[in-house]
Design a protein around this ligand. Structure first.
Ligand SMILES: Cc1ncc(COP(=O)(O)O)c(C=O)c1O
Length: 397
């Protein structure tokens, strides 16, 4: 397999024990050649690349007509003021850089998060920096440790690159927080410890004190990755202060969730410049450097809208509480959640329930092997969730 990796990137990977065959895989993973990454890498919930080419006029979104509470998207689009800023950029789309949109986004994030400008990089979503972090800090000799269940992308990248992947159960006795001490004990020689907080699929938070403990007690030379994709839905404090303190930590954010921009593609990584430099050596900065001006303008405006963010969070919380109360009234057990998703236990195979909901035009979330009778439910709009409750009643007669 040929690869476009630079000599520096190749030397780095070979030095850390990757084989020549794995170089091709790294290259495919980070989009550096025409060879598409293996379909084994597709993240569940994402559509595969279309095999037909619909015209714009005749195109239909996949799952057309369905109530979509399966992919943890926001039930609505960007905040109106942010959408207006993005729309205004469309007519300037003839320019690679119609203004200083990238720098404005970074400056706005810096002001909100109290993290230096030098420590912030934007991306087309957070999937790329998530995969890239595994490549950068893990190797055939230094594995990946995550919670179980958690967002599977890191697992898939690890398995694709034949890196040791260790999964550690959540702590039911501690509101399903990630068990950071058990993670270090499970692999004291890992290269990367991944903490998703709030966790996908449970929506539960891991206390910052635990994350700080992990950063202080992980093995030398390893890194902590904190994925805060759902943080705004929880209104919880961020681990970004550890980035500002120049610790061994990378914090990820996405605009795909509360900012309603999943299809517009924008994400962030926050880390010390030397860590970012290591992450960036594989592709000459193209992925972070060439972003859609519409996404940059929408995200750069949205990030400042604190009261809109709080109002959207509150709307979600009320709908989540009403939905969970309805399920409880039917004797269905749900796990606690701080984000726009929760796990419900059907006491029967979750795959069977997904099919039953699909027959009623409702796309619910997937299940995880560790919990085969539980499904992840995304909190949609009030009317989405009313329909979900009615469908639950008709299925669970
Ligand atoms: C925990 C978590 N991290 C990262 C992502 C990646 O999202 P995106 O690439 O849209 O930013 C997702 C998407 O569902 C997620 O749930």
């Amino acid at each position: 397999m040929t690869t476009l990796l630079s000599k520096d990137a190749k030397d780095d990977l070979l030095e850390r024990g990757y084989s020549r065959r794995q170089l091709g895989r790294v290259s495919a993973l980070l989009g550096l050649q025409a060879v598409a990454a293996s379909s084994a890498l597709a993240v569940p919930g994402r559509a595969a690349l279309a095999t037909t080419t619909p015209t714009i006029a005749g195109s239909k979104p996949d799952k057309a007509g369905m109530i979509r509470i399966g992919s943890n998207e926001c039930w609505t689009g960007p905040f109106p003021k942010a959408a207006a800023a993005g729309a205004a950029m469309v007519q300037h789309g003839n320019r690679y850089e119609p203004g200083d949109l990238r720098q404005t986004l970074i400056a706005n994030v810096s002001a909100v998060e109290q993290v230096p400008i030098s420590h912030i990089l934007p991306w087309p979503g957070s999937s790329d920096p998530l995969a890239r972090t595994v490549v950068t800090f893990c190797s055939p000799g230094r594995g990946l440790v995550t919670a179980d269940p958690t967002f599977e992308e890191a697992w898939k990248v690890g398995e694709y690159l034949k890196i040791k992947v260790t999964r550690v159960p959540l702590r039911p006795e501690n509101r399903y927080a990630v068990d950071v001490r058990a993670m270090v004990a499970a692999d004291p020689n890992a290269g990367l410890y991944y903490v998703c907080s709030p966790n996908n699929p449970t929506g539960t938070i891991t206390p910052l004190a635990d994350i700080a403990w992990l950063v202080e007690n992980k093995p030398a030379g390893s890194m902590v990755l904190v994925d805060e994709a759902y943080l705004h839905f929880a209104g919880a404090p961020s681990a970004a202060y550890l980035v500002a303190q120049n610790k061994d930590v990378v914090v990820l954010r996405t605009f795909s969730k509360i900012f309603g921009m999943a299809g517009l593609r924008l994400g962030l990584s926050m880390a010390r410049p030397d860590l970012h430099a290591r992450m960036m050596r594989y592709d000459g900065q193209m992925q972070s450097g060439a972003l859609s001006v519409v996404a940059l303008a929408t995200g750069g405006t949205g990030v400042l809208l604190a009261s809109d963010i709080a109002a959207r969070r509150q709307e979600m919380i009320e709908v989540r509480q009403a939905t969970m109360a309805h399920l409880a009234s039917r004797g269905l057990h749900t796990l606690p959640s701080d984000a726009n998703m929760f796990m419900v236990d059907w006491q029967k195979p979750a795959a069977q329930m997904k099919t039953a909901f699909a027959a009623r035009q409702i796309d619910i979330g997937r299940s995880w092997p560790i919990w085969p009778t539980r499904s992840r439910i995304t909190v949609g709009s009030a009317s989405d969730m009313k329909a979900f409750c009615a469908a639950t009643d008709s299925i669970m007669v």
